[in-house]
Write a protein that binds this ligand. Structure first.
Ligand code: ADP
Ligand code: MG
Length: 482
């Protein structure tokens, strides 16, 4: 139930209860007063008539005195008067004889009697002349008119009570809507807009009460939130830019390392090209030989072009672009690129993959950079050479901090080097943490790799026990189960 109808219902119920109690008490009081008034009037009329009759009886005699009774009845008023002969012994009297005898002269007694016409009031006034009780006056009056007046009081009171309840209910609905419902509605709409991230259009509530105050506070909060939002956006942009720069720097460093291996690779075909070109230029070669040499030169420069193109492709900076890629192919390209470096170090690179095209939605260049970092680290961990196993397989794994497994594509790089010292292990993913000599290591490789894998919604895991070597595993979300 909404606030305004709730408040209104409570207010109307309370008002109604008070009005009903008040109405009941008022009706009781007014009806009692009405009855007492009528009774007093009745008795008063009886006693006045009695006094007049007694006085006339003394001066003008009985017949003249009782003529008053007929005179009163002839007017056909509310009250009917009857002369009852004798003091109390008469019949058709509604008071016991013993009681009547006790009434002092000039006093009266009144009784209410239930009759066929819905009740009647009788008042008896004994009349004595010169000390002799002669009889008594009986005044009677139907109660129907009195009941009707009482009924009118009840009807009037009920009508007034209902009208008051209705007016106060309507008033509380209107005022409740105007002072509470309307501003609370505006406040809740504003809160909804804030929740949706819209801090514009400040609330304009002119009222100077708590709700107006709340609106002012809400507007101030919006301003602060908008500023905080802007600041966070700026900071996030700066952080993204610096991470991007870090990645690029790492790529260039790797390129530098690769270049030294590649220089060796380029050296051989370059020598071939130079020697054959010189032979052609000096005219030493016959026309047929020149043709053969030219073909050798084309072949050697083709190989050099390929190496340089790979290097360029690696160093080039491209925006992240995640599409379904064949991860085996990506790994193949990385190993191909690193093979000259590996050969120089007497390291054999082996790729294991049971699936024809293990697919994952990734940015190919970034995942290749991550794989290169892991393989270069592995090579550096094996100064005496050996085998590095790169394997790709789908598996069902539990992300760190989660308690249910999902399908992932796992790329792992296993070396047979000296492993990672237990006290280094917690730090290896920190930027610039390195155990290598200046020029050998920058400490960026693993932190960049960690960032790339996280960007892909995956995680990186490391196992390194004793001198058994190290396994780094990259988990990438996979569309299909293992
Ligand atoms: N395969 C590995 N075997 C042993 N130690 C490793 C291996 N990979 C990484 N490390 C350790 O982690 C550190 C950080 O690696 P990385 O972030 O790639 O920086 P860098 O290779 O430039 O030192 C390395 O200096 C090394 O001590
Ligand atoms: Mg490294």
């Amino acid at each position: 139930m909404k606030l305004v109808p709730k408040l209104t219902a409570a207010f109307v119920a309370a008002t109604f209860a008070v009005l009903v109690v008040d109405g009941y008490v008022r009706v009781q009081r007014e009806v009692t007063v009405l009855r007492a008034d009528r009774e007093r009037d009745h008795a008063l009329l009886g006693r006045s008539l009695g006094a007049a009759i007694a006085a006339l009886w003394r001066t003008g005699g009985r017949a003249e005195a009782l003529g008053i009774v007929d005179g009163v009845n002839a007017r056909r008023g509310r009250v009917h008067v009857r002369w009852v002969e004798g003091a109390g012994g008469a019949d058709h009297v509604h008071v016991e004889a013993s009681t009547l005898r006790e009434i002092a002269p000039g006093e009266s007694i009144t009784r209410i009697v239930a009759t066929g016409a819905g009740g009647e009031r009788f008042t008896y006034v004994p009349i004595s002349v010169a000390g002799t009780p002669e009889g008594m006056l009986e005044l009677s009056e139907l109660l129907a008119a009195e009941e009707e007046a009482a009924h009118r009081i009840v009807v009037d009171t009920v009508t007034t009570t209902l009208a008051l309840a209705l007016v106060s209910g309507m008033l509380s609905v209107v005022l409740g809507f105007w002072f509470v419902g309307r501003p609370v509605g505006a406040l809740s709409r504003k809160a909804r807009r804030i929740g949706a991230g819209d801090f514009a259009a400040p609330l304009d509530l002119p009222q100077k009460d708590e709700l107006g105050h709340l609106a002012t506070e809400m507007n101030a909060m919006c301003e602060r939130l908008a500023k905080a939002y802007d600041r966070i956006e700026d900071e996030t942009a700066a952080r993204i830019a610096s991470v991007e720069q870090l990645r690029h720097a790492d790529r260039l460093i790797t390129v530098g390392k690769l270049a030294s291996g590649i220089a060796h690779e380029l050296g051989t075909p370059l020598n071939v090209v130079t020697a054959r070109a010189q032979m052609i230029a000096s005219g030493e070669a016959t026309a047929a030989e020149a043709g053969d040499y030219a073909r050798v030169i084309v072949e050697a420069s083709g190989r050099m072009t390929k190496i340089i193109r790979q290097l360029m492709a690696f160093a080039r900076r491209k925006p992240a672009d995640k599409v379904p890629r064949d991860v085996r192919r990506l790994a193949d390209e990385v190993l191909e690129l690193l093979r000259p470096l590996a050969d120089k170090k007497d390291v054999r690179l082996e790729l294991h993959c049971n699936e024809a095209e293990p697919s994952a939605t990734v940015d190919g260049a970034e995942i290749q950079q991550a794989m290169t970092n892991l393989v270069v680290n592995a090579m550096q961990a094996m100064p005496r050479g050996g085998v590095i196993d790169v394997s790709i397989e789908h598996e069902s794994a539990q992300p760190p901090g989660s308690d249910h497994a999902s399908p992932y594509l796992c790329v792992s790089v296993r070396d047979h080097g000296d492993g990672i010292a237990p006290d280094h292990l917690p730090h290896i993913f920190e930027p610039f943490f390195t155990t290598k000599d200046v020029g050998e290591g920058t400490g960026l490789g693993l932190s960049v790799t960690h960032g790339i894998v996280q960007d892909h919604g995956g995680w990186i895991d490391v196992q390194s026990e004793g001198k058994e070597g190290t396994v780094f595993s990259i988990y990438l979300p996979a569309g299909k189960p293992a």
